[in-house]
Design a protein around this ligand. Sequence first.
Ligand SMILES: O=C(O)CCC(=O)C(=O)O
Length: 247
Amino acid sequence: MNWSEWVADGLSKGCTKKQLWDVMYGRIGKEAWKYMDYRPRAVNAMARVGDVSLVDGVLSDVECDVLIGLAYKKGFKRNTVVNKEGGDRIDEARTSEGMSFYKAENRFIWEIEMRLSKITGWPPENGEHLQVLRYEVGEEYKPHVDWFGDTPGCMGYKAMGGQRYGTVVVYLQCADEGGGTSFPLLGVTMNPKRGGAVCFANVDKTGTPMETARHSGDPVIRGEKIVMTLWQRESVFARGNRDQGGG
Ligand SMILES: O=C(O)CCC(=O)C(=O)O
């Protein structure tokens, strides 16, 4: 059996990508990159810049409306970021409001989790709970990274499923002006259509965090922007429904 067959066999038997990577990297070192891209990817991307992909038609108009309706019903509150001690704090860098669904909260949410897993090729059990973010005029999420650093605060988050390997931002409602998702180090702004998504890896092929994954939710100039985000972990994510601060 060659390494490609070995990876396919392992995945079909339920091994995680991390388990396979660890064995293969131990045996053949960096050669392992040839056989396994150890991170989430957008499978049907319309466009790619570096590790950032634009995917159209992830959700229908009706699905966007239903998600917005469910999010309003559960209620929004001011978003936070992770502080050095591991708590969440309100910060002017992130002025949006947000809410979280439980994982597989209902059949509809479960189906969307499955769809995002298929699009990214990353296991659904590694996903954090889906969150909806709402930005009014002037609101934004300044440039930041989603991956966890080595501060004591981040260690607590990392203990529950490891590093944040991938991010998916699905646009449920586009602003009339402004509000794109920008990657300053790549010099690109993604403006998906309603129902489309920006997907990007936060780590390189070896699982090391990348500075190029730094991104922003740009200020809304006109209208209102509503997105749904998914953070995908290195391994199985086990946690309740607490909103998680940005990286
Ligand atoms: O709102 C956006 O465009 C990006 C959201 C974001 O940066 C995040 O949730 O990490």
